[in-house]
Design a protein around this ligand. Structure first.
Ligand code: ZN
Ligand code: ZN
Length: 392
C-alpha cells in the first residue's frame, strides 16, 4: 500500500475527513495527505464495503473517488440495495474481477454538491444511481435513451468497469458513503418517496419494468412471472398496476401468501414441473427472473403460440440450457433484456411515486451484508435487502 493510500485510510479511520460542498475538508492527517499529492487532495474520500478477492466476502475499505467535474453530481449515499448481480460479479461468476471492488447499483441519497454545468440537480435534492454511470452519449442507442446498449461499447457500469477517471482504475459502487456521477446518469427521486424504497427500483425495478412496458400489454392480459425474489416481487406489483392478471411461479412455498398480497391473481408453488402443465399456452407474456440454470422450455411453453418470453435473470457464465424441442412446438419468441435506459429509469421512479408502488424491503446495517448475501443465495430474502449506508 502506498503512503498516500495509507494516510487517506487513516484519515477516515480517524473520522477526520468530511465531504462538504464541493470541497473535501480534511483534518490534521488530511492536510498532510493533501500536501503529499496535489492530485489526491482533490479526490473525494469515500468509505465502503468491498470484496477483496473472489471469495466475495466483503469488508471495510476506504478509497478515493474522482474530483467533482463540471458535469458531475456528488451524492451522499443514504441507502443501497443488494442485488443478486452484486454477488455473481464479486464471486467471479461472470468473469474475472479487479479487487478491491465495491458492489452496489441501487443507490439513493442526497445531492451535496454539483459541478458548474449541472442544471437538473441542486444541493439537497434526492437522487439515485442505477446500473450505469456513463456512455458515449452520441451514438444512436445513447440518443434513443438506451445508454445500456451504447453502440460504441462505452456503457460504463456502476462497479467493476475500467474507468480512467477513478483513482482505483475501476468504477466503485454504492455500498459506500458517497458517489460522483455525471448528471445525465443521475435519477431524480421525488421527495414523496422514501429513499430506501426508491433504491431497489434502480435495478430490480427497471429491469422488469422495461420489458413489461415494451411488451405492449393490454388491460386484462395474462402475464406470468417466474422467480419471485427482488426482481420478481416488484414485477408483480408493476404488472398489477398496469392492469394485467399476474400468475406468479415460485419454488418457495412460504412465498405464496406474500405473492397474493402483492396483487397476483394466482401464486403457483412449483415443487415439480408437472405443476406447470395446467398453464400450458395460457399466458400472453412471461418474464423469468430466475438467476440460475433451469428448465426454460417448460416455463416458456406456458405462453400462447407466437407470444413472447423474456429472460432477465443471468445465470453463472450467462449460460442457460435451452432444449429446442420445447420451442419448435410451443412457437414462443424467446428474448433477453438488460436493465433499461436513463429516461425509462426516471419513468419507473416517477410511476412508482405516483402510484405508491414500493418494494418490500428489509433494512440492514453494513456489518450484516455478508449474512444477507447468504440469505439471497439461499432464497431467504424477503424481498430486497437495503443497506443503511450510515452504518458503514
Ligand atoms: Zn442489479
Ligand atoms: Zn453510445
Amino acid at each position: 500500500m502506498s503512503e498516500e493510500k495509507k494516510l487517506s485510510r487513516e484519515t477516515f479511520i480517524n473520522g477526520a475527513a468530511t465531504v462538504l460542498g464541493s470541497v473535501v475538508i480534511l483534518g490534521k492527517a488530511g492536510k498532510a495527505f493533501a500536501q503529499s499529492s496535489k492530485k489526491a487532495g482533490k479526490y473525494v474520500l469515500s468509505k465502503g464495503y468491498a470484496a477483496k478477492n473472489k471469495s466475495g466476502k466483503l469488508s471495510k475499505w476506504s478509497f478515493e473517488r474522482r474530483e467533482l467535474g463540471d458535469d458531475d453530481v456528488l451524492i451522499d449515499i443514504k441507502f443501497s440495495g443488494i442485488c443478486h448481480s452484486d454477488i455473481h460479479q464479486m464471486r467471479g461468476h461472470w468473469g474475472p474481477q479487479q479487487y478491491p471492488q465495491v458492489p452496489g447499483h441501487e443507490i439513493a441519497g442526497v445531492v451535496i454538491s454539483v459541478g458548474k454545468n449541472v442544471t437538473k440537480f441542486k444541493t439537497g435534492d434526492h437522487a439515485g444511481v442505477g446500473c450505469m454511470v456513463d456512455s458515449c452519449g452520441t451514438c444512436e442507442s445513447c440518443k434513443a435513451g438506451e445508454e445500456q446498449h451504447c453502440d460504441n461499447n462505452a456503457t460504463l457500469f456502476t462497479y467493476g468497469y475500467p474507468d480512467k477517471t477513478s483513482p482505483s482504475g475501476i468504477t466503485q459502487g454504492g455500498y459506500s458513503s458517497n458517489i460522483v456521477v455525471k448528471e445525465h446518469f443521475v435519477i431524480r427521486i421525488p421527495k414523496s418517496m422514501r429513499l430506501q424504497d426508491a433504491a431497489p427500483l434502480l435495478c430490480a425495478g427497471i429491469t422488469t419494468y422495461s420489458p413489461l412496458v415494451k411488451s405492449n400489454l393490454k388491460k386484462g392480459d395474462k402475464v406470468g412471472i417466474a422467480g419471485i425474489g427482488g426482481l420478481g416481487h416488484i414485477a408483480i406489483k408493476l404488472a398489477v398496476a398496469k392492469g394485467v392478471e399476474v400468475y406468479a411461479f415460485t419454488t418457495t412455498k412460504s412465498k405464496v401468501e406474500d405473492i397474493l398480497s402483492f396483487g397476483a391473481k394466482e401464486a403457483i408453488y412449483v415443487d415439480s414441473l408437472e405443476k406447470l402443465k395446467a398453464y400450458n399456452k395460457t399466458l400472453d407474456y412471461m418474464i423469468s427472473t430466475i438467476p440460475y440454470n433451469y428448465n426454460l422450455g417448460a416455463y416458456a411453453s406456458l405462453v400462447k403460440p407466437y407470444g413472447s418470453f423474456t429472460q432477465v435473470g443471468v445465470p453463472v457464465g450467462g449460460e442457460l440450457t435451452l432444449n429446442n424441442f420445447a420451442f419448435i412446438f410451443n412457437r414462443v419468441n424467446y428474448n433477453g433484456s438488460l436493465i433499461g435506459g436513463i429516461p425509462q429509469t426516471q419513468e419507473i421512479v416517477d410511476f412508482c411515486a405516483k402510484n405508491k408502488i414500493y418494494p418490500q424491503i428489509e433494512l440492514i446495517t453494513a456489518n450484516e451484508i455478508n449474512q444477507a448475501w447468504e440469505k439471497v443465495v439461499n432464497k431467504e430474502a424477503r424481498y430486497r435487502f437495503v443497506i443503511d449506508t450510515s452504518t458503514i
